[in-house]
Design a protein around this ligand. Structure first.
Ligand SMILES: Cc1cc2nc3c(=O)[nH]c(=O)nc-3n(C[C@H](O)[C@H](O)[C@H](O)COP(=O)(O)OP(=O)(O)OC[C@H]3O[C@@H](n4cnc5c(N)ncnc54)[C@H](O)[C@@H]3O)c2cc1C
Length: 615
């Protein structure tokens, strides 16, 4: 058993920032990550980081743009925390040596991005995430944080009181990818989940294969509600054959979208008469698919993104990486031809419910980064707002877990009994009562006995035993390969839970997920070895994707309105009277329970009044 004050699960931008902050508070900190830190998906971020740095800009304007972008489903305390703190956090990155692109006079460059009223996106060419990750990894190494890389976390060690608010997380159970060793990691102060998004629930995604939402699934099954899961961002410019992202930076620099008839459709078809290509992502994705659906797409599938007019010098200076991606993955020379693009799954606005300090409703359990929902992005994230979220909320979670004095959060977590609940209109049974990996399994394996007589170490030890049994069972059983289940799931999600959603399609997705869950009961691992058994680990990840795909679809079916990235054929308008509320989903020992919490529009000095959202 390993023991530390703070255990951070995940080494992307959020995990690294959390670990550095906790260490700076004097805590003994460890990171446990299934991939080496610099292979985390943050490294794929291209376009930039939003921060109000310049004269003429302000955190208040950034907050307003973010709230408008969220379609009024963001919580004002979280949005204001993000926008007030991101300038200092970007300056901190600069002081740590991050190689930002610069103006002639030496100032850090900023470019326009979709939905922003000021060009406030700082960037490092089209490799911002790579630079950010490496800069923070250097600081991590310098700080002496212990890194357990290529350790795959299987579950949390959480007590099993009836109400999630009374439970405590004492650590995690992880599997050493190199050796197959299964070990407990006891956290004296807290566990911070920074495990990224669930993009692999879809088959056309900009996300890496490691983005399987493990932390979200583990927290959900341990009793923490998932919030606003139906809000999935589809980025308008992914390459059709692979899903590889072409950064919004291309449009930020002046790139233009054309349909098959050579029309600049964002203006010519009136989708965004002011901002055109730089409208918010949800607006551009719907416009592209409308063009395709109405017969003006190219090869009935995609549109063109043209940057040739920017000129070779500017492209090489600011977007060189894009040239390589288009050439390598689509065989297109962006200096000479337009690039084919279509919407692809990109980001999860929802996630593990937290407050502004990263706390969840389970004591000692925190979340930050894409896996968390504080909620900054509401129904739609603005480009360039995820990276500041990692560094602002990663730092806050790290400090809080290390015991730093912080202002109490304004956002409350948990307490579902006080709020409106709703029936789920599902054609099939949902969830997985009493099955592998759910809260019951944790309870069987290692939770506190009545009266609290079991000590914290044995809670972790028993959770380890439960996971050993689960792994032994997976390695010894015979049956189908997880990839069959996973690919059917991904295809169903891409078909039915995409940019345009309708009731019957969402119900079909729930049927497909049910079938996939039933087939998963017969899943078997074909590789029996204990070393580098990616087959085993992907089998476990597939189980996580099943739970998360279901959560996304339940939220989408229940929300009968059009808000941000969520469009419903039966209700194509925003309904503020009924739907200014967060979708909350609790695992409830395997039977998902849907409830709603009101959105918080009261900021520090003002209330954000919902307005018609046009660009
Ligand atoms: C192609 C692309 C480009 C983007 N560009 C931008 C941009 O320009 N600007 C912007 O603001 N946002 C951008 N985003 C969004 C942003 O990059 C991500 O939301 C963000 O990087 C996620 O960071 P994270 O730290 O939360 O998770 P990640 O960087 O995904 O890291 C997750 C970590 O968790 C670990 N992990 C996961 N599961 C387990 C487990 N079971 N056990 C142990 N460890 C685990 C992984 O090893 C990894 O270290 C982009 C996203 C994509 C996909």
């Amino acid at each position: 058993m390993y023991e530390h004050d703070v255990i951070v699960v995940g080494a992307g931008g959020a995990g690294l920032r959390a670990a550095i902050a906790a260490k700076n508070e004097g805590a003994d900190v460890a990171i446990v990550s299934k991939v080496h830190p610099v292979r985390s998906h943050t490294g794929a971020a291209e376009g930039g980081i939003n921060a109000a740095l310049r004269e003429g800009d302000s955190w208040e304007d950034h907050a307003y743009d973010t709230m408008k972008g969220s379609d009024y489903l963001g919580d004002a305390p979280a949005i204001e925390t993000l926008c007030k703190n991101s300038p200092n956090e970007v300056i901190q990155l600069e002081h740590w040596g991050m190689a930002f692109s610069r103006e002639e006079d030496g100032r850090v460059s900023q470019r326009p991005f979709g939905g922003l009223s000021f060009p406030r996106t700082t960037y490092a060419g089209a490799e911002t995430g790579h630079q950010l990750l490496h800069t923070m990894y250097e600081q991590l190494v310098k700080s002496g944080v212990q890194v357990y890389d290529e350790w795959h976390v299987l579950n949390l060690a959480v007590t099993d009181e009836e109400r999630p608010e009374d439970r405590t997380c004492h650590g995690v159970v992880a599997y050493d990818v190199q050796t197959g060793e299964i070990s407990g990691f006891r956290a004296r102060n807290g566990v911070i989940l920074a495990t990224g998004g669930p993009g692999q629930a879809f088959d056309h995604t900009t996300n890496a294969v490691s983005c399987t939402g493990d932390g979200q699934a583990m927290a959900y099954r341990a009793g923490v509600p998932l919030e606003d899961m139906e809000f999935i961002q589809f980025h308008p410019t992914s390459l059709p054959s692979t899903g590889v992202l072409i950064s919004e930076g291309v449009r930020g620099e002046g790139g233009i979208l054309y349909n098959a008839e050579g029309e600049r459709f964002m203006f010519e078809h009136g989708y965004a008469n002011n901002d055109g290509e730089l409208a918010s992502r949800d607006v551009v994705s719907r416009a592209e698919l409308t063009e395709v659906n109405e017969g003006r797409g190219i090869d009935d599938e995609y549109v063109h993104l043209d940057m040739r007019h920017l000129g070779e010098e500017r492209i090489l200076d600011r977007l060189e990486n894009i040239l390589h991606l288009a050439e390598d993955f689509e065989g297109v020379d962006g200096l000479k031809e337009p690039m084919p693009v279509k919407p692809g799954q990109h980001y999860a606005m929802g996630g593990i419910e937290t407050n502004e300090n990263g706390e969840t409703c389970v004591n000692g359990l925190y979340a930050a980064g894409e896996c968390a929902c504080a909620s900054v992005h509401g129904a739609n994230r603005l480009g360039g707002n995820a990276l500041p979220e990692l560094i602002v909320f990663g730092k806050r979670a790290g400090k809080h877990a290390a015991g730093a004095e912080m202002e109490p959060a304004k956002i409350e977590t948990g307490q579902r009994g006080e709020y409106e609940t709703a029936e789920i209109d599902s054609p099939v049974a949902l969830g997985e009562p009493g099955s592998f990996g759910d809260a019951d399994a944790v309870a069987d394996g290692g939770t506190v006995a009545e009266g609290g007589s079991v000590d914290e170490t044995s809670i972790v030890e028993r959770a380890v035993e439960a996971e050993r049994r689960n792994i032994d069972e997976l390695l010894s059983s015979e049956g189908i390969h997880h990839s069959e289940v996973r690919s059917d799931l991904q295809q169903s999600m891409t078909r039915y839970v995409n940019v345009f959603r309708e009731e019957e399609g969402l119900k079909q997705a729930l049927r497909d997920i049910r079938e996939a869950r039933d087939r998963y009961k017969d899943v078997a691992v074909s590789d029996p070895s204990r070393t580098f058994n990616t087959d085993l680990l992907q089998t476990i990840e597939t189980r996580n994707l099943l739970d998360l795909a279901e959560a996304i679809t339940i939220g989408a079916l229940a929300r009968e309105e059009f808000r941000g990235a969520h469009w419903r054929a039966e209700a194509p308008e925003r309904k503020d009277d009924e739907w200014l509320k967060h979708t909350m989903l609790s695992w409830n020992d395997g039977t998902p329970e849907l409830w709603y919490r009101p959105v918080m529009l009261e900021g520090e000095d003002k209330t954000y009044e919902p307005k018609t959202r046009s660009y």
